[in-house]
Design a protein around this ligand. Structure first.
Ligand SMILES: *Cc1c(COP(=O)(O)O)cnc(C)c1O
Length: 427
């Protein structure tokens, strides 16, 4: 019998490049047919064949309170009934801005946008506008959306400027982007010694979630903070993924380091398109209409999206929310590690708050190079074993996983039971 997923995928490819609206959804890395999702509730979603999966991507982070949470749905329905978009300011935008500034104290002022890409792109322009410098520093393996200056990988030599990772990105843009190794504090020191007074900003995922999960060492982030302060460089934490995921105040609360600018997204929209960038008020005052750095958006601060975001931000502040989320994520990773050990599979795992990493490697990786050295073939087999057993992991060995507040003990135990079977197939 043909699966409805196969039928839909064939049809999608006629009118949409690769059949998807974001490349990772196409399952290219793991092979097979992507599942077309019809509905979701709590920790689960269902595909076009009405098969249920325990979901560990949660829309790549936003579904932190679980899918279709009644409070969030009600807020969205109420907002929608009052009208979808006005192109004029609303009180809801003030409220969510106040909430963000309260939860992330380094953010004194914030501007709402509609995607993480817009947030980092605008943060970069702000840093360049405020410093009058062009050069930026990013780190190999960190993803910051698909703006031209950020689709860059390391050049051939140490401290050489980068190469585009996409066709259509002019060399002239990426020649300003220096790509360094994640968690290499010495290399960062060397780069600043060389050209610190020309660097507009350093942008980093303080907990990296786009090369699987890789945590920064405190020393790496502290060195970054010190150098940025010393050279008048803007420190941008891209917390689009880790913000409100690793802790209520984001990775900056966990590491106790204040960036100058923070980019947010994913969780702050609760499943609808809200992202933001914000930070020191003196920097934010460079933004139009106050200052000369231009940025705008027809749907920025959209009232329906803001309602979803605001109700999600309220729910995650309930007492014990992060303790419970962290406990469940920890149980998952420990259970999977034990199951792998039983089966004799080389495996390690890491978890921070509601984010986790699974690695077919003997030790938890600390850099792009060590992540890349993990066994991708084993992951792909494991992925399909889990999918067949009704567990949906990120369809790539190089993506993080996400647990929601609705992943209770029974859900975690069912996942570990499925993993015992999937690991057994690997040996
Ligand atoms: C997802 C992500 C982005 C891009 O956000 P979009 O909403 O997909 O444009 C940027 N930075 C990080 C760290 C992300 O995880």
């Amino acid at each position: 019998m043909t699966s409805n997923n196969d039928t839909l995928f064939a049809r999608a490819q006629l009118t949409t490049p690769g059949g998807v609206n974001s490349p990772v959804r196409a399952f290219r890395s793991v092979g097979g047919t992507p599942r077309f999702i019809t509905r979701a509730e709590g920790p689960y979603f269902w595909d076009a064949d009405d098969r249920r999966y325990i979901d560990y991507i949660g829309s790549w982070g936003p579904a932190i309170v679980g899918h279709a949470h009644p409070t969030v749905i009600k807020a969205v329905q109420d907002a929608a009934a009052r009208g979808l978009s006005f192109g004029a300011p609303t009180q809801g935008e003030i409220e969510i801005a106040e909430e963000i500034c309260k939860l992330v104290p380094s953010i004194e002022q914030v501007r709402l946008v509609s995607s993480g890409t817009e947030a980092t792109m605008s943060a970069l322009r702000l840093a360049r506008g405020a410093t009058g410098r062009d050069k930026i520093v990013k780190f190999e393996g960190c993803y910051h959306g698909h703006a031209d200056s950020l689709l860059v990988k390391a050049g051939s030599g140490l401290l050489t400027f980068g190469n585009p990772t996409s066709a259509g990105v002019p060399e002239d843009f990426v020649k300003h982007t220096l790509v360094l190794d994640y968690n290499n504090a010495q290399q960062l020191e060397d780069a600043f010694k060389d050209m610190g007074d020309q660097i507009a900003c350093v942008i980093v995922e303080p907990v990296a979630g786009n090369m699987n999960l890789v945590r920064a060492t405190p020393e790496f982030l502290q060195t970054m903070r010190r150098l940025c302060t010393q050279y008048g460089t803007v420190l941008i934490f891209d917390e689009v993924m880790c913000g409100f995921r690793v802790a209520l105040g984001g990775a900056q609360a966990l590491y106790d380091i204040k960036p100058d600018i923070t980019a947010l997204g994913k969780v702050i929209g609760g499943g609808l398109p809200v992202a933001a960038f914000g930070g020191r008020a003196d920097l934010m005052s460079h933004m139009a209409p106050l200052g000369s750095v231009y940025q705008a958006g027809t749907l920025s601060g959209n009232p329906v999206a803001v309602a979803a975001g605001m109700s999600t931000l309220k729910l995650i502040q309930e007492p014990g929310f992060y303790t419970r989320l962290g406990t469940q994520t920890g149980k998952l990773v420990n259970g999977l590690s034990a199951a792998a050990k039983e089966a004799g599979v080389t495996f390690s795992g890491d978890a921070i708050g509601g984010m986790f990493g699974l690695y077919f490697a003997a030790a938890v990786p600390d850099s792009y190079a060590t992540v890349m050295a993990s066994n991708k073939e084993l992951f792909n087999k494991f992925f399909h074993g889990m999918l067949d057993a009704g567990v949906y992991l990120a369809p790539s060995a190089f993506e993080a996983g996400f647990v929601s507040a609705q992943h209770d003990d029974a859900v975690i135990e069912a996942t570990i039971a499925a993993a015992r079977g999937a690991f057994a197939q690997l040996v």
